[in-house]
Design a protein around this ligand. Sequence first.
Ligand code: FEO
Length: 166
Amino acid sequence: MTPDDAVRMALCTQMGREFAAHFQYLAMSAWLEDEGLPELSGFFGRQAAEEHGHAMKIFRYVLDTGGPVAIPGQDAPVASFESVEALVAAALAQEEQVTRWIDELVHLAREHRDPATEAFLQWYVTEQVEEVATMTELLQVVRRAGESLLFVEDYVVRRHPAGGEA
Ligand code: FEO
């Protein structure tokens, strides 16, 4: 069965949020590079690419289940930050918000007796657990490092290397 209109529209809304996360992480990556933190910048660049993938998975699912796809407009991302800690705290808040939205979508699919969409969303449920854990740990490391941001750069190289799992 294909998603009904309410479920399809909610999926498209979530697709827009994943694109917004893509742009937000790109803006964070750019700010971090300007701050002279190439490893953290690279990490957020890889997170941005993951978010693009999350959006495109929904794009493909909506098309595969009959469409049509509605791509929402986006506000510009936040482009400057008071500190690296503020940036990572914002990233964690974003992931926690996405988790709430995914949970709401799962409930909506269940209410609308749409097991295919519920099954599709399970990948996002699992992914969000990992992303919240990743940002939580990064925020702890940034707080522990204080002014010693090169320690955070080393942590990113060891824990989240380019080419590895983000
Ligand atoms: Fe696609 Fe990080 O939420």
